[in-house]
Every structure is written in C-alpha cells, then in structure tokens.
Design a protein around this ligand. Sequence first.
Ligand SMILES: Nc1ncnc2c1ncn2[C@@H]1O[C@H](COP(=O)(O)OP(=O)(O)O)[C@@H](O)[C@H]1O
Ligand SMILES: [Mg+2]
Length: 621
Amino acid sequence: MTASETVLPTGEFYDPVMDRYSKKSHLRWILSHVLVHKKMLLLFFLAATISAAIGTITPLLMGDLINEIIADNSSWNVIQRLAYIILILTISGGIASFGSSLIIEIMSQKVERNIRNEYYASMLSKSMTFHDEVKQGDVMARATFDTRMVNFFVNPVIHLLYAAIFGVLFSIIGMFIITPYWNNMPVLLLMPLLITFPIAFFARRFYKSVGPISMQIQESYSTLSSYLQEKLLGISVIKTFAREPFERVSFREKNTKLSKEIITRGKLRSKYYPALFVGIGVGATIVWGSLLIDWGVGAGQFGIGELVAYSMLAGNLFFPIWVMSWMLVLIQMGFAGASRITDILTKKTIIPAPVNPTDLSIIKGDIDFNNVSFSYDGNVFVIKDVSFSIPSGSRVAIVGPAGCGKTTLMKLLTRLYDVSSGSVNIDGVDIRNLSLETIRRNIGVIEQEIVLFSASISDNISYGKPDATEEEIIEASKMAQAHEFVIKFDKGYKTIVGERGTTLSGGQKQRIAIARMLLADPTVLVFDDASSAVDSETEDKINTAINRVLKDRTSFIITHRLSTIRHSDIIIVLKQGTIKAIGIHDQLLKESVDYWRVFARFSEIRKMMPEQMISEMESGE
Ligand SMILES: Nc1ncnc2c1ncn2[C@@H]1O[C@H](COP(=O)(O)OP(=O)(O)O)[C@@H](O)[C@H]1O
Ligand SMILES: [Mg+2]
C-alpha cells in the first residue's frame, strides 16, 4: 500500500493534506503523487529512451541501405542484412513506444485516482463550517474536471516532454553521425537550426493565445457544472414557480458561452496546425541537403543515403519543438487544476482533534453547557451565554420560536461546530478533549431535515451499524413504527429510496431515521422534530416510536408537540439564543410568559392562561 492510499482510521478527523503539503508548491504536490509510482516511472523512461534511440538509429540505417542499393558494387547480402535489422528495429521501436504509452496511461490513471481519493478523504474531514460555505457544484467540479486537468500533467505532458527532449538530443547526435569527418558540418545544420526559429516563434504565439482561452474554458466548465447542480437540487422550486423557460434560456446562455470558447480554441489550434510547420521544415531541409549535394559540398561523404537520413532526422527534430507549445498549455492547465484542488485541500477548516483524547468509551450521559456562546460567522451571536446541567437519563425538551437557536445548540453538543466561548461537557469532560468518534458514536441525532441515501431501505437503516442482521433491522424498524409501511412496498426492505429519500413522505423518512438511530444505539439522543405537519395517526405512531427510543437515554427533543413537552423532565425555553426559563411543565406554566407563547396557538391552553401572563405577553411584543 502506498502512502497516498493509507486508510484513515475511522473517526480520526485529521487532514492528511494539511500535514503533508501545506507549504509546498503545486508542482511538488503533483510530483509527490507521480513519484509514488517510481517503478512505473523507471519502466517508462526505459521504454521511452529505447523508442527515441531507435527513432534515430533507423534513419541512419535507411541511409546506409539506400547508399548500398545505389552503390556500383552493391552486395545483396549487405542489403538483406540491413533490411532485416531495420525491420527488427522498427518492430522493437513500435513495441517500446506502445509500452511507454501504456505505462504512462496506467500511471496517469493511478495518479488521478489517488488525487480523487485524497480529495474525498479531505472533504470528509472538513468541518461543517467549510461545507456551509462552499458551493457543492464547485467542489464537485474540482473532484472531476480538475483532477482530469492534473492528469494531463502526467499524460501527455511527462510523456511528450521526455520524448521531445530525447527526440531532439538524439536527432542532433544522429546528424553528427551522418558526417563524422565532414568539415562542413555547420553548413549541414544551418537549415534545421534556421527553421527551428520560426517554429519556436509560432509555438510561442500558439501558447500565448491558446493558454488563456484554455484556462477560461476550465473555469466555464466548473461554473456550468455548479450551476447545473444547484438548479437540479432546486428543481421543485423551478417547477412550482413555472420558471422553466427562464432557466432554459439562462442555462443555454452559459452553455453557449462555453461552446464558443471551445470553438475559439479549436480555431486557434488549427491555425497553427503543427504538421504544416513540421512539413515545411522537413521540405526545406531536403531542398537544402540536395543543394549541398549539387554544390558538391562534402562530396563523397554526403550522398543520397545521407540526405534521406538527414531529412528523416529533421522531422524528429522539428516535431518536439512544436509539441512543446502545446505542452506548455497543458502544464498551465494542470497547474491551474492543481491549484484549484489544493486551494480546497488546504483550507484550514477542520475541527481540531485532541492530541490525547480522554478515554470515555462508555458514556453515562451527563451533559453540561457552561456559559456557551456561539456565532456562525464570528459576528452575530446566535447562542448567548447558555448554561444548564442535565443529569444522565433525563428527557429534555427544547422549545422556542423558529430561529431562536435550538438546532444550533444541538450542533454544539455533537461538536459539528465549536463553541465560540464557554464549554460543553459530557460526563464532566470538555468535549474538545474527547475524540470526535467518541462524541458522534455516543450521541445520536435525528435531524430536522432527514437525509437518506439512495440505497435500499435496509441499507439506510443499518447505516450506523453496517453489520446488523436482517432480524435486527426489522426489529428496529418495528420499534420505529416503520415496518408496517415498509412491507407494503413491492420490494419491502429492498426498496431503493430516491436520492435524499425523495420517494418517501416526511413522516416515513422520519420513522426510517428513528429506526436507523435505534440500531446505532447511542447513549444520548437528539431529536430535532420538524414535522408538526403530519396527520394525527402518523403523529401518534411517531410519538410511540419516540417514547420507545427515548427510554433510559439522556435525550433532547426539539418539538412543538405538547404531549412530548409536558412529560419531559426538564424543559428549556429559548429565545433569541438565550435561556428564558428552565424547569418542568407545571412550574413553567406559573413562571414563564415565553413558555406560554410556545402553546399560544392552542386555544384551549390559551383559556387556561393566567390574566397577568396574558397582559405581559401582549405588552411584550
Ligand atoms: N449554517 C448556518 N450559518 C449561518 N447562520 C446559521 C446557520 N444555521 C443557522 N443559522 C442562523 O442561526 C440562527 C439559529 O438557527 P437555528 O439554530 O436553526 O434555529 P432553530 O432551530 O431554533 O429554528 C438563525 O438566525 C439562523 O439564521
Ligand atoms: Mg431548527
């Protein structure tokens, strides 16, 4: 197993990239991924060198062959031997070239795979703050499109770069070999060198014009994919407001922009069509060579055979020079991709894991909040100086108007976010001294917006306990009052729920989530109840399910259900991030206007409200 394939221990939320690459350049980051495959790299170099060498030897032998054929005293034996050698070399060259391409292709795929793995591992380790801030579509584009860009850096960049450097080197050596004792060597090299300049000039222009548009295309792809992602997530809103025509046009515009950019690049690319330049170069070289023969320069040493070898080598010389320009574009794109990936990888938004976590493998479930304040953006405080102490096994209800911070308070308990000041303690230990795994395994949350994965119902239920048996799954499902509706589906527990559980109703999703929680069997339970909008039969079922789930556990329920609240051991009344009252039902009825406000919509309760409370409530706001 290579370094980049190291499996992170579950629950260890440290960021591998932060550790390894934070101070390094993109190039070094890419190279660190390439150099993992040292053996393949060596094999590639070997194959590519052989292929380049054969590419130089073959023209030389061709020259000899032609010389032999046109010689006055030509020997059939020599011709035959040369022909065989050329044949064998051509075949071996082909194999070496095929081998080097294959090796580099495999290697580039491995690099791309490892980068994606690293990227995903990093996404998993990022804090909620990070995920709140980034655009999902953008994060996805980086995982797909930009990793491809980085891959270009290996294939074809490393491949062609190596072939180019050795191609040029060997061609020049080859040209020297053609005329070893010839005093007029500089004359021979004159034309190829002269031709190199215009080719290099156009290559540079190509790079300057195609480079920027390629970067733009990369950016546009990413924009388009994040746009698509966001719109698909909100498809029901688009339909509800009948905005399809607008969205169609708006997408079309973005899409057209991208395709125009790609066409522009295509035009530029064909304007500087490489074969043309290489062809002109080779042609000019041949003309130059024949002129030299005609003028009698180097007579006796530079004949027809040498001319053939010479022009073939010139082709080997010009092509790499041209290819370099395209390489530069790809290198630029690879770097841009790398920079977009490492940008995200190195974002410092991880929840720091304690170095020596306190060992609390079994949690009792005492929960303390000590002067906890919290702000999402470091500016507006949504939790202000909240303190309370809950003995294990208690059933706690958290009530208060929408937006008062109920959900946030529970996110602090599970350390999805870190408190801005104060502390949250479990069994007397600050949760920042517990491993995240300990916290998350011991505190189960049924979220306000239930998320199911697009997998079978049974896989969703066993998500927190992957080794659960079928009996256990059904048992949990029965407890959660889900069994009854699940078996009504044609495929029962094998039914695949749509992405995010779209094919289930709110009440059904909630009961699947309760079953999922039951199987995971946490010590502390948080139930963030959003669905006050279910029918009374479903509500009864959910109540039954909750009551079973809550038994013997420290539990926090965020709810408006009177029956649930009334039977709680402790009720916390929140308003604008502060605790307005805390106590039991009967006591709060006597003391707290804010508590009454929670139920004010029930007219029968309103009738019971003491005179003085009503006037206080009405003058309040
Ligand atoms: N991820 C977030 N980023 C920034 N602000 C948030 C975020 N989530 C909630 N808020 C804000 O924090 C406040 C409390 O929200 P929340 O805890 O969800 O309230 P409740 O659950 O009581 O309805 C609200 O003003 C809300 O706008
Ligand atoms: Mg909420």
